[in-house]
Design a protein around this ligand. Structure first.
Ligand SMILES: [Zn+2]
Ligand SMILES: [Zn+2]
Length: 562
């Protein structure tokens, strides 16, 4: 039996840093907790903040203070900024995530209110949808007295839970597009019993059991994930949710995330390992965490090799999702695995095999991404094309393409490699030799002599090794590219005609964006390019929107997962 990890990539993590609130809720200083995580050698830490509530939704303790505004707007509004500062302060030391726990307060004012709060937290990594309050204004996780009051209003234990699940379903209907995760799905057990019909919901014919089965199916169909929350264990009522629920979630292939929902620094790290053992008991071998709303897959096992493979998988998922619109991002993709990644075939139920092909392919709608961490072999075939040695700075490649385009020459494939000493080398294969290559070379040697050290057209040449170690983008939509990934990558799909690529290269050159690596591919009349670049993301995103109709797709991919 493999060992479980000591560390978890939390989602429902630590409620902390709301120092200015009238009623204290997670009061510790953020820095203290980050320091504690760093001392424990943890790669990441996750903060979470509640969205502010309407004053009609208050716990008794809050009513007693007679303060109108609870869990102040101010601390909520300032939170993204404080996290940004924290990320800056601890850069390189630890990865800091943060998310929002969105309150369900009914579909009237509560819904509009919550929608408005989401906009104020643009940089969040994820949003959990939670029901803490009944429409009657009474909390499910407040005092025993409040729970008893609600029980009296609703009349029976079954009606109590039925109301809670109705609110969950309504929340998903209304919030489905704003949240990624369903918070503590059996929260009411904190204060009231779970009726028999719910505990045995898998087989029970009680309407409550049916309601709950439906809720789980809705969660699966909406591609939401389930919060496995250790606060219940901490409070003595058992992990949210109970094993029966988790087992059904596993059967429905609902992803789970794990978290301690901790409110004090002294409890940081408590129950990390237990959470992994708990989901494993239900069948899970992995869970998800989130960066910028995109799910990352995590293994429950303390297995270095496996973690490396998950890193490759996550990079592929991030790339594919960033080629898609927000709405499509939440849809769980299809997977194919080959070679050393074949062990994922057991973990992902509906995945397909790719034999010895040592790669991961991730598909969604009409797009796919194929990645690997195996360095590609250098082909021994003889090639013909243009070899260049030049200065490694913005605009040089653009200038080369510019000259070739002016002679009517289309570049078929391109390889680039920085020597990391201010110089770079490139190889371009040309679509057809129209006899003008020599003119192009002469032109460049005449006008750009300072930029180019050597520019030669060779036939029967051996291709030098341009590959270095790293994670490789092998294919986009099945078209071979073999680009080594760096922090920022541009992927385009465009009309493969002379001059089209020049638009992109000129645009990048005009904004001083340097191209570190570059690959071209094509499928009939459609060209694909993948560029590893260095430059300001806002500037790049802005110019990518202006490339024109010849570009069917142009996306800047940035990697946040680790
Ligand atoms: Zn909660
Ligand atoms: Zn919470």
């Amino acid at each position: 039996m493999k060992k479980f990890n000591e560390f978890i990539w939390e989602t429902h993590g630590i409620h902390a840093g709301t120092e200015q609130d009238h009623v204290k809720h997670g009061i510790d200083r953020l820095e203290d907790i980050v320091d504690k995580a760093i001392d424990a050698n943890h790669p990441s830490i996750t903060f979470i903040i509640h969205s502010p509530r309407l004053t009609s939704f208050r716990y008794i303790a809050e009513r007693d203070t007679n303060v109108k505004f609870i869990r102040g707007n101010q601390s909520y509004l300032n939170y993204p900024k404080r996290i940004a500062n924290l990320r800056k302060k601890y850069e390189g030391k630890i990865n800091i995530k943060y998310g929002i726990e969105l309150e369900w307060m009914g579909d009237d004012l509560g819904l509009q209110w919550s929608r408005s709060k989401i906009f104020q937290a643009e940089e969040a990594d994820y949003v959990i949808g939670s029901v803490h309050f009944s429409p009657e204004g009474l909390p499910y996780d407040g005092s025993k007295e409040e729970a008893q009051e609600l029980l009296k209003i609703r009349g029976s234990l079954e009606a109590y839970w039925d109301g809670y699940f109705n609110e969950m379903i309504q929340m998903i209907e209304c919030f489905g597009d704003m949240i990624q995760i369903i918070g503590h799905i059996d929260l009411p057990k904190l204060n009231v019993e779970m009726p028999e019909a719910l505990v045995n919901f898998e087989t029970s014919s009680h309407p409550l059991a049916n309601k709950f089965r439906t809720l789980l199916e809705i969660i699966a169909d909406r591609n939401l994930s389930l919060d496995v929350n250790m606060a219940g264990k901490f409070k003595g009522v058992g992990v949210y949710p109970i094993q029966n629920i988790l087992r059904r979630a596993y059967e429905l292939q609902i992803p789970v995330c794990v978290g301690t929902d901790t409110h004090h620094v002294r409890y940081y790290g408590v129950n990390f390992k237990e959470s992994l053992a708990y989901i494993h008991e239900a069948g899970y071998q992995n869970y998800v965490s989130y960066s910028k709303l995109i799910p990352e897959k995590r293994t429950i096992f303390d297995d270095h090799e496996l973690k490396v493979k998950y890193t490759v998988l996550n990079k592929g998922i991030e790339m594919l999702n960033q080629r898609l619109h927000n709405k499509q991002r939440r849809i769980i993709p299809d997977f194919s695995f080959g070679g050393s990644f074949s062990e994922f075939l057991d973990i992902y139920k509906n995945s397909t095999g790719m034999g010895d092909y040592n790669a991961i392919r991730i598909r969604k709608s009409d797009k796919s991404i194929t990645v690997t961490n195996e360095t590609p072999q250098v082909s021994k075939d003889k090639v013909k094309g243009l070899f260049s040695e030049h200065l490694d700075k913005p605009g040089v490649i653009s200038s080369l393409f510019n000259t070739l385009a002016s002679e009517g020459i289309n570049v078929e494939t391109a390889r680039l490699k920085s020597n990391n000493d201010g110089t770079a080398v490139a190889f371009l294969s040309l679509e057809s030799d129209n006899g003008n290559v020599k003119n192009a070379i002469d032109f460049i040697n005449g006008t750009d002599a300072g930029l180019f050290k050597n520019l030669t057209y060779k036939e029967n040449a051996v291709l030098p090794n341009y590959y270095r170690k790293g994670v490789y983008l092998l294919e986009v939509d099945g078209v071979e590219l073999k680009l080594a990934l760096s922090q920022k990558v541009i992927i385009t799909k465009h009309n493969n005609a002379p001059g089209v690529l020049l638009i992109l290269l000129s645009a990048l050159a005009s904004k001083n964006v340097n191209i570190i690596d570059f690959r071209l591919g094509k499928l009939n009349k459609v060209g694909y390019s993948a560029l590893a670049v260095e430059g300001n993301s806002n500037v790049i995103n802005n110019l990518l929107t202006k490339l024109g109709e010849q570009y069917y797709e142009a996306d800047l991919i940035e990697f946040h997962s680790r």
